[in-house]
Design a protein around this ligand. Structure first.
Ligand SMILES: Cc1ncc(COP(=O)(O)O)c(C=O)c1O
Length: 441
């Protein structure tokens, strides 16, 4: 968090200083003196970025609550972080790889920047079976968040963008950073140059494409964070057709695809023709509990071409080689073990556990007469509280039940009036949350 300095030395009022992280320092942050300024202006793009609005604000309110209620047992169903242990077969593979690095035969230095062949092949054969995705089109990475930014770097900053509203904030924020979003309109909470595609119960959480203006890029997340809804085959066919008619590119985020329980496609490449218009970004974070381990991948098809016919995959390869030197070999060994029969089976059981949590949360809110969405194809439950702002609901649930959720507004203006509840908790926390909610709401 940043504090504005108002009365230190003789500096412009707009100067912002990062507080010291040395908590033992006797000087308070506000007393810090600025000794020296560089001549470097702050990036206009970064100045346009909403100041870490959502999660820092949640943790401030959370700490404030804990300060006032030191004995309360907070249940954190806010941030979408996994909680269950990684199956032993996967951590053993990582441990084995780590130990091998201490041997003459097992030592490895830099690997291929695009990822180890075996892992790329395993991803292609297991997750893209029948979709004609080749292993050389898969770029293994340190996670989807980093890949979203690398894809942003691939595409010219003058390109226009559309995104679902609500959706994962990383698409808007990285677009702002590369200078593609324009200024934030404080009233509407929308960036001027972003097209927001409203996704709500009335349109089955799929945008009305007939009313969506053409943009160069379309970010699309399915199953969606935060609504938990997955687009159907027919909807994705429409999306691909729309992109094709407009000469646009879809940047498809399938980080939660492994949670899909119905016939909804798990990849945009299940849709014929998608290879000519889409890039897919995905992750081991939610599927294998690798949020801290860090592993993901991006598929850039050979068929995806710029207006001049040049293949984007070649530029993406350059970006990966320039801005990233390959994922850790230890982590990639773990990634490979995820695709062993035993590893895959164990991960499915963990995902089943989270989805059982989601079911408990859905039933809890439904029993209270709330309209509840998600929780069937994704580990998030999206609950509507008509007439209240999402921060009001967040505060009520925190104050009355000591439960941390996420206010929907943090995912875009279309999230107002909703909260997102994460199913990635321990079962006893979910059950306790359910009891408290039923009592107090
Ligand atoms: C839709 C979506 N994409 C990407 C990410 C980031 O994934 P990773 O941990 O692989 O960086 C998240 C994390 O919550 C997410 O919800």
């Amino acid at each position: 968090m940043y504090y504005q300095l108002s009365c230190v030395v003789c500096i412009p009022r707009s100067i912002w200083v990062q507080p010291s992280t040395n908590h033992s320092s006797s000087k308070s942050d506000r007393e810090q003196r600025i000794e020296y300024l560089t001549k470097i202006p702050r990036s206009v793009n970064l100045e346009s970025l909403q100041n870490g609005y959502l999660f820092p604000e949640i943790s401030t309110r959370e700490s404030e609550y804990s300060r006032r209620n030191p004995h309360a047992r907070l249940i954190k169903l806010g941030i979408g972080d996994t909680t269950q242990p990684i199956p032993d077969i996967i951590t053993s593979a990582m441990a084995e790889q780590a130990l091998a690095l201490s041997t003459a035969q097992g030592y490895k230095g830099y690997g291929p920047e695009q990822g180890n062949r075996e892992l790329r092949r395993a991803i292609a054969e297991t997750l893209y079976q029948g979709m004609e995705v080749k292993e050389n089109e898969i770029f293994v990475s340190d996670g989807a968040q980093c890949d979203i930014s690398r894809v942003q770097m691939l595409l010219d900053s003058s390109l226009s963008i559309a995104l679902q509203d609500p959706t994962f904030p990383g698409y808007a924020d990285s677009s702002v950073i590369v200078g593609r979003a324009g200024r934030l309109n404080a009233g509407s909470r929308k960036y001027k140059k972003i097209v927001y595609m409203k996704c709500e119960p009335e349109n089955n959480f799929f945008p009305n494409l007939s009313k969506t203006p053409r943009t160069d890029l379309i970010f699309f997340c399915s199953p969606n964070n935060p609504t938990g809804s997955a687009a159907s085959r027919q909807q994705l066919e429409q999306l691909v057709e729309f992109a094709k008619a407009n000469g646009s590119i879809i940047i498809y985020d399938s980080a939660y695809a492994a949670y899909i329980s119905d016939e909804s496609p798990r990849s945009i490449f299940e849709i014929p023709g998608a290879k000519e218009v889409a890039i897919e970004i995905s992750s081991f974070s939610k599927f294998a509990g690798f949020t801290g381990v860090r592993l993901g991948w991006t598929v850039v098809p050979e068929e995806l071409l710029y207006a001049n016919g040049y293949p984007m995959i070649r530029d993406y390869d350059r970006i990966v080689c320039t801005c990233f030197n390959g994922a850790s070999n230890i982590v990639q060994a773990g990634g490979l073990a995820c695709f062993s029969a035993e590893g895959f089976g164990a991960l499915k059981r963990t995902m089943g556990y989270y989805m059982e949590n989601a079911k408990i949360l859905v039933e809890t809110f439904e029993s209270m007469g709330k309209k509840v969405y998600g929780g069937k194809n994704g580990p998030y439950v999206w609950v509507h509280f008509p007439g209240l702002s999402s921060w009001q609901v967040f505060n009520q649930i925190l104050e009355r039940a000591a439960i941390v959720t996420v206010p929907g507004i943090g995912f875009g203006p279309g999230g107002e009036g909703y909260i997102r509840v994460s199913a990635f908790g321990h079962r006893e926390c979910i059950l306790e949350a359910s009891r408290r909610l039923t009592k107090v709401l």
